[in-house]
Design a protein around this ligand. Sequence first.
Ligand code: GLU
Length: 304
Amino acid sequence: MNYNKIFSKINRALNKTEDLGKVATYISELGNVDPSKFGVHLTTINHQHYQFGDAEEKFSIQSIAKVLSLVLAYKLEGEKLWERVGVEPSGTSFNSLFQLEFNLGIPRNPLINSGALVISDILVSHLKNPKDEFIAFVRSISGNPNIDYCPRIAESEKLTGHRNAALVNLMKSFGNIKNDIDVVLDFYFNLCSIEMTCKELSGTFLFLAAYGVNPYTNERVISISKSKRVNAIMQTCGFYDEAGEFSFKVGLPGKSGVGGGIVAILPHKYSIAVWSPRLNKKGNSSKGIKFLELFTTETEISIF
Ligand code: GLU
């Protein structure tokens, strides 16, 4: 299929309507991004590449990194992981506090902030040098030694991370955070600060389209069963309280971030990354979702 042609066609259609989304500013560094940026990159499991627009420009992947920390924690902790974090869609915003109180400090899933903080705590417990070992893991699955944290963004998150501090404190009070709160928060802010291009992002997630095997190296990243479960969590929880809507419109497992990125996979076929910084009211890229909706409509392939 000539995806490049489809990309141009969809872009022409989208340019006819105004994007009313707003760039995230609650992390001040994110507010400095040019809102008109737009990139797409699709990588097939047979190593073909298709791209459009600003696909080779780095951006802050934010919560998309939560899938990668989940994968590493799941590898290290196994099924015991699910004693500390659930697998249900939250139906609340990404940084919501009230549900956590109600659920006695057990986050609904690993892709909302509270869940990712518990995953961060698990990684801090398992790894000797958590930040170094985690980024080494990301580099190994992406096959790209240049992927890195952005200290500027991590610092900016720290300055305004009051809700994340509240979440981690609440969970600590319930006994669901084992390490020092500042160490867990520092790991979490760095996790969210990772930068990638659309090309790097789609390449990094390709193993989830290939049943847990990295198609570049043929190395198994996670088992088939674990890969199935991570995809299921992306499908049901990857877009906060808009996860149902994304499934309904796009029909692929995916994950968004407040930097305006979205990654989605079609098992056995491809991984696609889209970046457009203007966010809708739920904190997901508005043009990104629209683009992917038109993409699976136009190609007539989704998981459903
Ligand atoms: N670093 C962001 C936060 O903690 C991540 C949110 C997101 O991308 O959804 O608020």
